[in-house]
Ligand binder design. Structure first.
Ligand code: CAA
Length: 454
């Protein structure tokens, strides 16, 4: 029996209207070499205004998706939010989002819509929500209805830290249903999970505790393991057949990785391709050109090994045609939005996918590999196929124009917003959900109030 295709029917992105230019005032005040930011691939960061939070961004992305697809509330069976930017220790972002949407769709209209608790696993949350929603449909529990998965986050680090210039904010809403127009997603999911300390946010903090370099290594190792697991499962299921000399990634036209900053996708692609290509004929050409990879056994300390390995990786990515061709055709276009939005944590891989659709070249039935990572830590690898009419969705994303219409803020304005000390909104909300108040006492202490501002 042929399985019904299930996947992403449409996608809507929301980013704040404000951004900070990372060149000039910022690099001078932070005493950071602009060449470092160029190397990381970041040039602007999205900055949330004072009326914005993870709820408003999620609700704005979801409403855009609902309007674009003319969805009635009866057609929506589930809203599942992935986030690490909670606004409450108990009440999920998802329930606030449902309340916002009902302001437009009608009070009580989503009463029978399932809102599972927010999926929280650092940047992996939305991928967990997406895979659960696919399975909810596969299990037939959806009663013919569609699911909406929303990734929403504000990536906020300490000012003057090395994470600061990777900050960003935004939300991505995805309509998940049978016979999708955009992307069908296969069943096998490669998994790797570990109990790690690379990045975490204790309950008393609003910014994370991060071991930056270590977090990169956790990401790479876990991502590779997830792809190894995916490969075994896909081969077993007969979804991929490898001829002699072929690698799994030869069967994947586009790759969207979790993207805390664009350079991370270079590191990820290099780590994955190295693992995949070792032992294949093309590897001999690479070794002839740049020499053997450093072996761990030849170094006294881990740091010495990683320094040598970084040097080899730089030669591999910058000098070999094999890497450059594979990277440019499969990954590069996923970096464009991230360069000027920044990290949006759990939405960043999906923003990369949207970026690929907006800025890249793609055709019907191209396959797309996803490598999702969340600190703490876990990775998920899965594959989808662009559908026959995917270009109708790709052509209506409006990502480029949304990014062009943003307004620049000064370093001082950014600083005030970062500290939560801004005096009102910099750009007054217009045709969007906004946070309009937070209860002060009694049964409303800490309760958040949202309105759709016309
Ligand atoms: N001129 C030219 N290039 C320069 C330079 C200069 N003056 N200074 C640095 N560079 C280059 C470096 O050579 C390096 O490139 P290569 O790897 O190709 O050599 C690049 O700029 C980065 O430099 P460093 O590695 O020295 O930078 P860093 O130590 O400050 O760390 C970071 C960078 C780890 C990303 C840091 O910004 C950070 O901690 N970020 C937050 C955590 C993070 O994003 N981790 C990613 C993995 S975890 C994850 O993905 C979850 C998540 O979303 C947070």
């Amino acid at each position: 029996m042929v399985e019904t295709s299930i996947g992403i029917d449409d996608i809507a992105v929301y980013v704040p209207h404000l951004y900070l230019n990372l060149n000039g005032e910022f690099t001078e005040s932070r005493k950071v070499d602009p060449r470092k930011l160029a190397s990381l691939g970041v040039s602007k960061m999205g900055v949330p205004d004072s009326h914005e939070d993870s709820v408003t961004m999620a609700a704005n992305a979801a409403l855009k998706l609902i309007k674009k697809n003319n969805l009635s509330p009866e057609e929506i069976g589930r809203i599942h939010v992935g986030t690490e930017t909670q606004v409450d220790h108990s009440k999920p972002v998802g329930s606030y989002v449902l309340g916002c949407l009902e302001k437009d769709l009608g009070e009580g209209s989503l009463r029978h819509c399932l809102v599972p608790g927010d999926a929280i696993f650092a940047c992996l949350g939305a991928s967990g929500a997406l895979l659960d929603t696919l399975n909810w449909i596969r299990a037939g529990a959806n009663d013919g209805k569609a699911g909406i998965v929303i990734a929403t986050d504000i990536a906020k680090y300490e000012t003057h830290s090395s994470g600061e210039y990777t900050q960003g904010a935004g939300a991505v809403a995805m309509l998940v249903r049978e016979n999708p127009t955009l992307l069908s997603i296969e069943r096998p999911v490669g998994v790797c999970t570990k109990d790690e300390r690379d990045f975490f946010k204790p309950l008393h903090r609003t910014t994370p505790v991060v071991d930056g370099k270590y977090s990169n290594r956790c990401y790479l190792d876990t991502m590779k393991s997830a792809f190894v697991d995916y490969r075994a499962k896909a081969l077993r299921a007969g979804l991929v057949k490898l001829a002699n000399g072929e690698a799994l990634t030869d069967h994947i036209e586009h790759l969207a990785f979790h993207q805390p900053y664009p350079k991370m996708t270079v590191y990820a692609a290099a780590f994955l391709f190295r693992h995949e290509w070792r032992g294949l004929p093309r590897w001999q050409q690479i070794v002839r050109q740049i020499g053997y990879e450093p072996g761990k056994e030849h170094f006294q300390t881990d740091d010495e090994f990683w320094t040598a390995d970084d040097q080899w990786r730089r030669r591999f990515t910058e000098e070999t045609d094999q890497f450059k061709e594979a990277f440019n055709s499969k990954v590069q276009s996923s970096q464009e939005a991230s360069r000027i939005v920044g990290n949006i944590y759990t939405g960043s891989m999906y923003l990369g996918f949207a970026s690929m659709l907006e800025y890249g070249e793609h055709g019907p039935f191209d396959s797309v590999g996803f490598g999702s990572y969340g600190s703490g830590c876990g990775a998920l690898a899965f594959r989808g196929t662009l559908q026959h009419d995917h270009s109708s969705v790709a052509g209506s994303l409006g990502l480029r124009s949304m990014l062009e219409q943003r307004r620049e803020v000064s370093l001082e304005q950014y600083g005030a917003l970062h500290e939560g000390k801004a005096n009102g909104s910099i750009v007054k909300p217009h045709d969007e959900f906004a946070l309009v108040g937070i209860g002060k006492e009694g049964c409303e202490e800490g309760l958040r109030f949202y309105e759709f501002v016309k």
